[in-house]
Design a protein around this ligand. Structure first.
Ligand code: GMT
Length: 378
């Protein structure tokens, strides 16, 4: 198949997922065309079946807001017609579903029907999409999609609750390449981070309010009060300055490292003992799944789709949003008890294998086949 993938190229779950999906489809022989405004973060290296089309957004003094959506739709049209795409798969509803609809209408004038699939990722539904500024367009373009997928049952339910959706939504979970994230022994790296054998706690996110990173720091404070420990904060985003202030206020600067955005996440995960994701909402929690594949138990909130991934008492523990004391008590219990840690590590790895890339990619391929069959009669 010739597949066009549209996503946010930045450091974030939906873009990472879309890029890994494209790479996996290319490995299976499909021709994959990424259409984005910059090279997606995990799209590195040459692959014979992968093509990248950059969306250029020309500016003009009249434009206070350069019309990105028009540029994106026009680029989609160009790629659909010239690369003879069979379908488009857009990730994150805003604005990708409405731009895909526009492109679909334009290529129809050229006598082509191009189906498009919209994958809902989370905040496009639960936060931004609900805003009345966007809701009519989001509702319309989701309903116009040839197929809709959500990354968890929770997100599917949230979508039906928040929007008058007229079609079914298939749940296709996030996935992980368990070989890539298999835990490695990296003694020198571990020694550099925790020179005195301290336990290593890890958080990875885009440091937005929804992630509740201050809770991570507060949990860590309670842990470090009772045992030697280090915290690695991976990623970056708007809340970072206030989190740095909190670290200083709590006297934790020597034990917390902000390591920025990391491409070799699997190495960081390999040296970690516990992953913390206390989000206000999380449709799935891809980073938590990647941690589990690296045998790192997860402490998470029980918000959104997280309980579908992090099984309480099996792969880690989940707590009510904001219950820092309970999260800290769980963290201390795990880190003090090697048997419990080993048992949760085993549970985490087993759970990750259920979301193995080889189990999930065929679900997308089957959906593409269905959509193409249905398009034949349009
Ligand atoms: O987590 C973020 O804020 C980034 C966001 C995105 O769209 O890039 O991630 C969302 O999509 C991921 C991939 O499907 C999910 O694993 C994340 O749980 C989801 N984030 C939220 O729902 C907050």
């Amino acid at each position: 198949m010739r597949i066009g993938i549209v996503c946010y190229p930045t450091y974030g779950g939906s873009g990472v997922l879309a890029t890994e999906l494209g790479k996996a489809l290319a490995d299976k022989g499909h021709m994959v065309h990424f259409i984005t405004y910059q090279q997606p973060v995990r799209l590195n290296g040459f692959h014979a079946n992968i093509f990248y089309h950059e969306v250029q957004v020309p500016t003009y003094p009249l434009f206070d807001f350069p019309p990105y959506e028009s540029a994106l739709s026009s680029t989609m049209v160009d790629v659909i017609l010239n690369q003879k795409l069979d379908l488009l798969h857009v990730h994150y509803a805003i604005p990708h579903a409405s731009t895909a609809y526009m492109a679909q209408q334009i290529v129809a004038k050229h006598g082509r029907y191009i189906p498009f699939i919209t994958t809902l990722h989370g905040t496009d539904i639960t936060l931004v999409g609900k805003d009345k500024t966007y809701a009519p367009v989001v509702t319309f373009s989701i309903n116009e999609s040839d197929a809709i997928t959500a990354v968890s049952h929770n997100l599917r339910e949230e979508t039906f609750k928040s929007f008058p959706i007229e079609k079914d939504i298939s749940v296709i979970y996030n996935f992980v390449d368990t070989a890539r994230f298999a835990r490695k022994d990296l003694p020198h790296f571990r020694q550099a981070v925790a020179p005195n054998g301290e336990k290593i706690l890890l958080h990875v996110s885009n440091f937005r309010k929804v992630k509740r990173v201050p809770d991570v720091v507060k949990v860590f404070k309670q842990v470090r009060d009772v045992m030697p420990a280090k915290l690695l904060l991976v990623g970056d985003g708007p809340d970072r300055p206030s989190i740095e202030c909190l670290c200083r206020e709590l006297g934790l600067c020597d034990d917390i490292r902000f390591v920025g955005k990391q491409e070799q996440l699997e190495d960081v995960m390999s040296i970690s003992d516990l992953f913390i994701l206390p989000s206000e909402y999380e449709s799935f929690g891809l980073a938590a799944l990647e941690a589990m594949a690296s045998q790192v138990p997860v402490l998470s909130s029980n918000a959104g789709g997280l309980p579908e991934i992090n099984i309480d008492g099996v792969t880690g523990y989940s707590s009510p949003v904001g219950d820092v004391d309970q999260m800290a008590a769980h963290a201390i219990a795990i880190l003090k008890d090697d048997n419990l840690l080993a048992q949760l590590r085993k549970g985490a790895l087993e759970q990750a294998s259920r979301f193995h890339i080889d189990n999930i990619i065929p679900q997308y391929e089957a959906l593409y086949d269905n959509v193409l069959q249905a398009a034949l009669v349009k």
